[in-house]
Design a protein around this ligand. Structure first.
Ligand code: BF8
Length: 653
C-alpha cells in the first residue's frame, strides 16, 4: 500500500489500493465514477492530508489549552509547555475522546427517553409498542407494577433511564445495578470506578483534563473506565431500551442491501444519522394516501427508503428497510444521482455530503437541532409535533423526484441478500434458549462469540478489515454479532445471509443450517451493542461463570468516530478483551526516544505506560486486555488465539 508509517508499524492505502482491495464492488464503481466527474469525496480529502502528523497519529499532540498545540515525545520535546509528559497527553486525549462519544450517544438517549416519557404522559402521538420490554425492565428495577397502567409503568422506568443520564448526586446508576453481575459490580467498586451518570462523568472528564487539572495519568485512566461505565449503562442502555419500549423488539427478516437497492423509477429517500424518532414518523407518512398520490403525480412508481449509518440500521432491524451504506459511503451513494432526499438526524453526517448533494440536486433535510448543514432544509424534531413535521419532510422528499436530472443517474447493479433484526430475544429464540446456546459453546460446535463493531476509516481499504476478520472467524466456528458500520460491511459482503452458513467451519455451519440463520448476526445500531452485551450476560449467568472467563471477544477493526472509544472501553470494563484495528483510539506502544535520535522515524518502537496499561495491566484489574493489530489476517489469528486460550482455561475442548 502507498503510505507507510514506520512509527506505527503500519501502512495506509491510496485510492488505487482502495479500489483494488475493497470487497465492496459498488464502492469501487462509485469511486471511479465520481473521480471521472471530478467530484471530491472524503477519499480525496484523505489523500490531500498525506502524510498525516505522526504526533497526532500517536495521540501525543496536545491541544487542551491555548498555549498549545504541543507535540510531545519528539527528539527535543519530551514534555508540553505545562510539563505534561506523553502518558498524561495520551491519556487525556483518550478521556476527552471518550467523553465526546459519551455525549453523542447521550444526546441520542435523551431524545428517545424524553419522547418515551412524553408518550407515557399522553402528550405525543407515538405509541408504546414494546409493552413486554416495559414490564421486563420494571422487573429488573424492582418496581411494583400491580394495578398500574402500562403508561404509568413506562413513565416510571423511563424516568429511571433519564435519572441515570443526568444525576449529579453521589448515587450509583440504577440500570447498572439492575443488569450487571455481582462479580463485575464488586470489581468496579473495588477499583472505585462506579459512575454517577453519563452527564456527570463527561463533565468531570472535561474538568480533569483542563490546563492544570489532573496531572496523574493513572487517575485519568480510572476516570476513562468510570466514564465508559456511564457510557454503557446510560447512553447505550438508555437509547436501546427506550427505543424498544417505543417501537418494539426487532425480529429477524430477509431483505436486500447495498447501492443496488435504489430504484431509478422510484422516489429514493436516504435516512441517515442515529436517532430513529423522526424517520419512524416519516415511514408512517409515506404510506399515507396523500404522499402516495404525490409520488404518482411526480411520475414515480413508488417510494424506496434506504438506510445509512445507525438510523438506517434501526429501520433495517425493525422493518427490514434495505440498508445502503456506511459513513464513508454517504457521498458515494448520493453520487449515484438517484437519491432524491437525505433525511439526516444526528452524528456521522459529514459536512462534505452537501457538496456532493448540490452536484446532483439532492435535497438534504436536517432534523436535529444538534446537527445543521448550511444550505440544507432544517426541520428539527419535536416529539409534540412529530406527525406534522414528518408529513412536511415526506412532501419535500417526494417533490424532489420531479426535478431530478435523470441523465446523471448511475446505480451500480450490486446488492446482496441479508437477514437482520437479531434482537437478544430473537437470538435466544433461534437457539432455543440460553441453555441450548451455552451447550453449543461448551461442545465446541460454536467455539466462541465475537462482536465486530464500529466505523470505517480511509486508513484501510474500505470495509476490507471487517470482512476479512469476520470471514476468518466464521471459518473457525466463531459466531459473530455485529452493529454499526461494521455490520454494513458484513451485510454487503453477504455474510449476514443464511446461505453464508456455507462459508463457516463444520460446527458453526451445521448449527446455522439447522436454525436457518447466518453465521454473522446483525443486531442493530451502535447503541444496540447492548444486545451483544445482554447476550454475554445471559450466557455468563446460565454458566455460573464470570464474564472474563468466557470465550468472547470484541473487535473494532476500523475505528473512526470518538464513540468507538466508548464501545471498546465498555467491553473492557465487562471483562471482555478487545481488538482494535488501525492504531487509533487506544495507543500502540509509543516509540521510546534514544539518546542519538534526530528524527521521529529513527525511533525504536518501544513501550509506554499507557499502552502497557491497556495491553497488560487491565488484565489484572478487569480480566480483559487490548490487542492492537492493524493487519486483518493477523487480527483474526489473534482473536482465534484469544478464544482458544479462554476455552483452554475452562477445560472446554
Ligand atoms: O454509531 S459505526 S461511523 S454510524 S459511530 Fe458512525 Fe461509527 Fe458508523 Fe453509528 Ni457507530
Amino acid at each position: 500500500m502507498k503510505f507507510f508509517y514506520p512509527i506505527l508499524n503500519t501502512e495506509m492505502p491510496d485510492k488505487d489500493d482502495i479500489k483494488r482491495l475493497t470487497p465492496n464492488q459498488a464502492t469501487k464503481q462509485m469511486l471511479e465514477r465520481l473521480e471521472a466527474d471530478g467530484i471530491e469525496t472524503s477519499f480525496d480529502r484523505y489523500l490531500a492530508q498525506q502524510p498525516q502528523c505522526p504526533f497526532g497519529m500517536r495521540g501525543t499532540c496536545c491541544q487542551r489549552c491555548l498555549w498549545g498545540p504541543c507535540r510531545v515525545g519528539g527528539p527535543k520535546q519530551l514534555k508540553g509547555i505545562c510539563g505534561a509528559d506523553m502518558n498524561l497527553v495520551v491519556m487525556g486525549n483518550l478521556l476527552r475522546g471518550l467523553a465526546a462519544g459519551c455525549a453523542a450517544h447521550g444526546q441520542h438517549a435523551r431524545e428517545v427517553i424524553e419522547t418515551a416519557i412524553l408518550t407515557a404522559e399522553g402528550k405525543t402521538r407515538y405509541r408504546i409498542l414494546g409493552e413486554a420490554s416495559v414490564q421486563k425492565l420494571a422487573g429488573r428495577f424492582g418496581l411494583e407494577t400491580g394495578g398500574k397502567s402500562i403508561q404509568e409503568v413506562t413513565r416510571e422506568v423511563t424516568g429511571i433511564l433519564l435519572e441515570d443520564l443526568a444525576r449529579v448526586e453521589n448515587v450509583e446508576m440504577k440500570t447498572l445495578l439492575a443488569f450487571a453481575p455481582k462479580e463485575r459490580i464488586d470489581t468496579w467498586r473495588k477499583l472505585e470506578i462506579m459512575p454517577r451518570s453519563a452527564m456527570f462523568e463527561v463533565f468531570e472528564a472535561l474538568h480533569k483534563t483542563t490546563l492544570g487539572g489532573d496531572s496523574d495519568w493513572q487517575d485519568l485512566a480510572r476516570h476513562e473506565l468510570r466514564t465508559a461505565l456511564a457510557y454503557c449503562w446510560s447512553t447505550l442502555f438508555g437509547s436501546s431500551l427506550a427505543t424498544e419500549i417505543l417501537f418494539g423488539v426487532p425480529k429477524p427478516q430477509l431483505t436486500e442491501v447495498n447501492y443496488g437497492i435504489l430504484k431509478e423509477d422510484h422516489v429514493n429517500i436516504l435516512v441517515h444519522g442515529h436517532s430513529p424518532m423522526m424517520v419512524e414518523k416519516v415511514l408512517e407518512k409515506i404510506e399515507s394516501p396523500e404522499i402516495q398520490e404525490l409520488a404518482r403525480k411526480q411520475g414515480a412508481k413508488g417510494i424506496q427508503m434506504a438506510g445509512m449509518c445507525c438510523t438506517g440500521l434501526e429501520l433495517l432491524a425493525r422493518y427490514g428497510i434495505p440498508s445502503a451504506g456506511s459513513i464513508l459511503g454517504q457521498e458515494l451513494i448520493v453520487g449515484t444521482g438517484a437519491v432524491d432526499a437525505v433525511i439526516a438526524d444526528m452524528q456521522c453526517v459529514l459536512p462534505g455530503l452537501k457538496q456532493v448533494a448540490d452536484c446532483f440536486g439532492t435535497e438534504i433535510i436536517t432534523t436535529s437541532s444538534s446537527n445543521r448543514i448550511p444550505g440544507a432544509t432544517h426541520l428539527p424534531f419535536d416529539p409534540l409535533q412529530g406527525d406534522e413535521i414528518a408529513l412536511e419532510i415526506a412532501r419535500i422528499a417526494v417533490n424532489a423526484y420531479g426535478h431530478r436530472d435523470r441523465s446523471r443517474i448511475n446505480i451500480p447493479a450490486v446488492k446482496s441478500r441479508a437477514m437482520a433484526g437479531f434482537s437478544l430475544e430473537a437470538i435466544l429464540d433461534k437457539f432455543g434458549g440460553r441453555a441450548a446456546l451455552l451447550e453449543l459453546l461448551k461442545s465446541g460446535k460454536i467455539r466462541g462469540i465475537v462482536t465486530i463493531v464500529g466505523c470505517n476509516t480511509t486508513k484501510v481499504p474500505y470495509e476490507s478489515s471487517h470482512v476479512t476478520i469476520a470471514r476468518r472467524l466464521i471459518e473457525h466456528d466463531i459466531l459473530i454479532t455485529t452493529t454499526g458500520c461494521s455490520s454494513y460491511a458484513l451485510l454487503n459482503a453477504g455474510l449476514c445471509a443464511p446461505e453464508a452458513a456455507e462459508l463457516a467451519g463444520d460446527g458453526l455451519k451445521e448449527v446455522c443450517l439447522e436454525k436457518g440463520i447466518p453465521p454473522v448476526l446483525a443486531v442493530g445500531a451502535c447503541v444496540d451493542n447492548t444486545r451483544s452485551i445482554r447476550l454475554f450476560l445471559e450466557l455468563a449467568e446460565e454458566s455460573g461463570l464470570a464474564l472474563p472467563q468466557l470465550p468472547f471477544c470484541f473487535s473494532g477493526p476500523e475505528p473512526g468516530n470518538e464513540k468507538t472509544l466508548g464501545q471498546a472501553v465498555t467491553f473492557l470494563t465487562l471483562g471482555i478483551s478487545t481488538h482494535q484495528g488501525f492504531p487509533g483510539p487506544i495507543p500502540v506502544p509509543i516509540p521510546v526516544p534514544t539518546a542519538d535520535a534526530k528524527h521521529l522515524d529513527d525511533y525504536q518502537r518501544g513501550g509506554n505506560e499507557v499502552a502497557d496499561f491497556f495491553a497488560e495491566k487491565l488484565l489484572g484489574l478487569l480480566g480483559a486486555r487490548v490487542y492492537s493489530e492493524p493487519y486483518p489476517e493477523l487480527a483474526a489469528k489473534t482473536i482465534q488465539m484469544h478464544i482458544h486460550r479462554q476455552r483452554l482455561g475452562l477445560g472446554w475442548k
